[in-house]
Design a protein around this ligand. Sequence first.
Ligand code: NAP
Length: 203
Amino acid sequence: MNLTGVTGFLDAALDRSVLLGYSKIGSGLRKRWWPADPPANALAGKRVVVTGATAGLGEAMAQSFAELGATVHLLGRNPDKVKRSAGVIRGRVPGAVVIDEVCDVGDLDAVRAWTDDLSGRIDALHGLVHNAGVMPKERDETPQGHELQLACHVLGPQVMTERLLPLLRNAGGASVVFVSSGGMYSAPLDADDLETARGEYDG
Ligand SMILES: NC(=O)c1ccc[n+]([C@@H]2O[C@H](COP(=O)([O-])OP(=O)(O)OC[C@H]3O[C@@H](n4cnc5c(N)ncnc54)[C@H](OP(=O)(O)O)[C@@H]3O)[C@@H](O)[C@H]2O)c1
């Protein structure tokens, strides 16, 4: 087994153990084989969309992409929050190119309208990070009648990716990333009740 095989095995073992993989132990061990950070401007000339980028991991990712020289499309559902986060990144990163994007990724009509709009504005997309996420305490539905968490984490990103495929293909080697959760190991998927219409809701 080469080094990549060994670290791949360790990575999977840490992941499956949940406690080791998702605590400081996991990041402490993994950083021994993580590659070095890319050089400044490693993403110059590239264009990336980050969803749910008005807070938390999404905002941090959007800033990191801007620091690496990418043009960042910062997407959120609240226009005021989008404006604030984009302004913060422009203030922190000299020369950052950050484009405000407003779309509720759980609303499939909004996703269709936004992807049509974006496709008319740009020729290629090099990266798409599906980060927007919610964990509502009670079951709720989107305008199309889908359970909110399913729509936000699965249906919206799926529709968005499909409709942006021409732009992603035009980039000649694009990446699409789905941000998920280690919680999936402790909450098995009920494939017969994806909309959580019958099952107990413990989001
Ligand atoms: N942090 C963790 O420990 C953890 C663990 C496991 C998985 N994750 C996953 O990692 C991702 C980011 O987590 P986080 O902790 O950074 O979350 P966060 O701080 O709550 O930020 C979530 C972001 O998503 C946006 N958002 C929510 N619903 C949206 C929608 N329908 N359309 C567009 N944007 C929407 C929020 O905007 P608003 O402010 O407008 O709501 C916010 O900007 C999520 O997918 C989450 O499930 C996080």
